[in-house]
Design a protein around this ligand. Structure first.
Ligand SMILES: Cc1ncc(COP(=O)(O)O)c(C=O)c1O
Length: 372
């Protein structure tokens, strides 16, 4: 059975008429850049997360960059994050002219290991960016405690964690700011590029609002050098249409993750993802760990099963980061995850038969020793 990695068409089909109506409304009002549809979505998304404010921006990379800029992170500062993330987390730090500093991750949750923070602290450290990788929140309490003890800001990279929870608090609401991506394949995805910052700090909200709009609190009056990072009206209208369905979609992802876990109990050699006791994981990505990952991946591709690797090269070993001076072996857990991770099809409309078929396909290749 062929199984796609992601099926956005199936996800969007039941809402087709609502999308038409929502987009037509934007066209009729010509509110394309920023404007009332963005403001409405900001209110709705803030409420969904349990935050006081949301600021819609162009994408998740903008969200991280503007949050750092608004907190005053700049040249000479260091920001601690993890090497097993999408490059955007690190680009945002670099685009503030600050230096990214990495710490290894926890073997079970794949998120920042709080015990590693102390050794990376210097007098230049200004902030920490934990990444809620694959939809599971990092262990925030010890991270927040460390940040408080050392006067550091915490910016949550929640780009993969819409609706995820840490001890009943929603991802993005625990630090000074939480940053989201609404890239189309995300748990809450736009029909193009979009992102948001959430915060409980009114001043921070105002600063980000000004920065995202050419540094102008009032049209053509520029109080600082900003940039154009506004959210589009059409994206906001699409996101408002999809948001009421996000809880249900996350529940389905959790159900599918359980079904995968169950199916893999019969297959030796597959390590399934672990949900921490503190977490409500939303499985943006369902990644197993297997030896001989590339051979398993090839087999799945030959059988028409979509799969992916998030991410094949940890950021500290990427060519773009060579000047930071990290060597192979610096972060053994992140490095071994990069060799073993295999992301399997995961989307709300996945069927029990498809899950069974993916698991069987993996069982075949591991079971018959066809890995060479
Ligand atoms: C962990 C993480 N951070 C940041 C981003 C950046 O978001 P965007 O692609 O919307 O700029 C992504 C997007 O994939 C991500 O996965």
């Amino acid at each position: 059975m062929k199984v796609p990695f992601l099926d956005l068409k199936a996800h969007h089909a039941p809402l087709a008429e609502e999308f038409d109506r929502a987009i037509r409304e934007v066209i009729e009002s010509s509110a394309f850049a920023g404007g009332p549809f963005v403001e409405r979505f900001e209110e709705e998304f803030a409420e969904f997360c349990g935050a006081s404010h949301a600021i819609g921006v162009g994408n998740g990379t903008d969200a991280l960059w503007l949050a750092l800029l608004a907190l005053g992170i700049g040249e000479g500062d260091e920001v601690i994050t993890v090497p097993n993330t999408f490059i955007a987390t690190v680009e945002a730090i670099a685009y503030c002219k600050a230096r990214p500093v990495f710490v290894d991750v926890d073997e079970e949750t794949f998120t920042m290991d709080p015990a590693e923070l102390e050794k990376s602290l210097t007098e230049r450290t200004k902030a920490i960016i934990p990444v809620h990788l694959f939809g599971q929140p990092a262990d925030m309490d010890p991270i927040l405690e460390f940040a408080r003890a050392h006067g550091l800001f915490v910016i949550e990279d929640a780009a993969q964690a819409h609706g995820a929870e840490y001890k009943s608090r929603r991802a993005g609401t625990m630090g000074d700011a939480g940053c989201f991506s609404f890239y189309p394949g995300k748990n809450l995805g736009a029909f193009g590029e979009a992102g948001a910052v959430i915060t409980n700090d009114r001043q921070l909200r105002e600063q980000i609002q000004v920065l995202r709009d050419h540094g102008q609190p009032q049209k053509y009056y520029h109080t600082l050098m900003g940039w154009n990072c506004r959210m589009d009206g059409i994206q906001a209208a699409v996101l408002s249409t999809k948001l009421p369905h996000l809880n249900e979609a996350n529940l389905l992802r959790r159900k599918h993750a359980l079904a995968y876990n169950q199916a893999f109990t019969a297959i030796d050699g597959v390590r399934t993802p672990f949900e921490a006791r503190y977490a409500r994981h939303v499985y943006h990505v369902y990644a197993i760990r297997v030896q001989e990952r590339d051979a398993v991946r090839r087999h799945l591709q030959e059988k028409g099963v979509g799969c992916a690797v998030h991410y094949p090269v940890p950021i500290h070993l990427q060519e773009a980061c060579r000047s930071l001076g990290y060597e192979k072996g610096a972060f053994p857990i992140a490095e071994s995850l990069a060799e073993e991770f295999l992301s399997l099809p995961m989307f709300p409309e996945l069927t029990a038969e498809q899950i069974e078929s993916v698991a069987c396909c993996i069982g075949d290749v591991i079971g018959v020793g066809a890995l060479v």
